[in-house]
Write a protein that binds this ligand. Structure first.
Ligand code: PHE
Length: 388
């Protein structure tokens, strides 16, 4: 092979620069750095609302960053089809075929847990925007997240349930737990709720844990038990497809207990599946409220509305923040190299996201406030904020 050395005279360079200007291309002193980001999300299956919403925020962040001069993000996406096996395959493909520098995903904790060991073994940083199960980051230093964890979410909902009505809580004394046994998220979150609820004087009977699995659509036997037990609240930390159906059926059973849940409820389909008669007056915790008056949040909400024609959901905000945290880390790392990126991500401190200030702790989790939302006929409204 022969190599040709290119040399330009000053005159040539000037002419080139003029040409570039005329054609609308700016020549900058330092070229943008390329970074390959692989995103795996549930774009089909029972959690596809989660995938759509997270992706909308991811895309918005990528467009904004690519319009700037520092980084050019090349985005690779994979559908994890709402299940653990396809999640693992998606991450293998992103790492081995697309050779991405960093992986972002996914939503359901069981799916992230299935994929995270692959990224850890390949030494490719993986950041989850939304997986809250405590175990997610246990797999090692290459795995991080920018959201709070379920110990916090469960404890906040237990305290809210117990708090006297006069103080803005539900004044509950008894609870039943409805657990999706196919979801690590649901199991972990109900354990966290149980611990704080019972420690603080709440009562959960020995037979007060009732199980179902994803894809169940008929909840009559579960609801018969709840009707008999007459608890003040039902803590049901599942995903919107099952919970929407469950709450609709609970209404026809004449169950009047308040249902409480976590971020897994956060989808427009919760309201359409349950129907407006059944869904009013329940509560769930979430990462973000578009009603937050913080100017940075309102600025994001406005831009999101201009782009997508609707209010920004929590997952869009998390998707948006996850990409911006990765790029912030790449800036601090000074190079696009996997180990340097991992170290920079893990030392994220005081990053001002639209979902709150993001600081990763020693376990690569973010300690951030959550919001409790109240379900109305067709949407959820802000009830209160809980700080860690
Ligand atoms: N936190 C849920 C999980 O870990 C996923 C989720 C996040 C769902 C945000 C809705 C909103 O499984």
């Amino acid at each position: 092979m022969t190599s040709t050395k290119l040399s330009f005279s000053h005159g040539m360079l000037r002419r080139l620069a003029t040409l570039a200007l005329v054609s609308g291309v700016a020549l900058s002193a330092t070229a943008a750095q390329n970074i390959k980001i692989g995103v795996f999300l549930p774009m089909s299956g029972d959690q596809s609302s989660f995938g759509d919403e997270t992706m909308s925020g991811v895309k918005m962040a990528v467009e904004e960053i690519n319009a700037g001069k520092d980084f050019k993000i090349e985005l690779f996406t994979q559908d994890e089809k709402s299940n653990p096996t396809d999640s693992a395959n998606a991450v293998k493909k992103l790492i081995n075929v697309d050779k991405v520098d960093v992986v972002v995903g996914t939503v359901a904790s069981s799916n992230t847990n299935a994929a995270a060991p692959i990224a850890q073994a390949a030494k490719v940083p993986l950041m989850s925007p939304t997986s809250t199960n405590v175990k997610v980051t246990d797999v090692g230093e290459y795995v991080s997240r920018i959201c709070f964890i379920d110990d916090f979410q469960g404890s906040a909902m237990a305290k809210f349930a117990l708090k006297p009505k006069a103080e803005g809580g539900l004044g509950a004394k008894t609870a039943v737990l409805v657990i999706d046994s196919s979801s690590e998220y649901s199991k972990g979150l109900s354990a966290a709720f149980r611990e704080v609820f019972t420690k603080n004087g709440g009562k959960i009977d020995n037979d007060g844990e009732i199980f179902y699995v994803q894809k169940d659509r008929d909840f009559s036997s579960l609801l018969t038990k709840i009707k008999r037990k007459k608890p003040d609240v039902v803590f049901a930390p599942g995903y919107y497809t099952e919970i929407g159906n469950m709450i609709r059926q609970a209404h026809t059973f004449g169950i009047t207990a308040k249902f409480l849940g976590g971020d897994g409820w956060s989808a427009p389909q919760l309201f359409t599946l349950a129907g407006e008669k059944a869904i009013v007056g329940h509560y769930f915790s979430d990462h973000f409220s578009h009603e937050d008056t913080d100017p940075a949040v309102q600025d994001f909400v406005k831009r999101y509305r201009a782009k997508y024609g609707k209010d920004a959901p929590g997952m869009a905000a998390l998707g948006y923040d996850s990409i911006r945290v990765v790029i912030d880390a790449a800036k601090r790392a000074g190079k696009v190299e996997r180990t340097a990126l991992m170290k920079a991500i893990n030392s994220t401190k005081g990053f001002k996201g639209v979902t709150g200030v993001i600081t990763l702790d020693a376990k690569r989790n973010a300690n951030k406030p959550l919001v409790i939302l109240e379900t109305q006929k067709d949407r959820a409204t802000f009830k209160t904020r809980v700080n860690p």
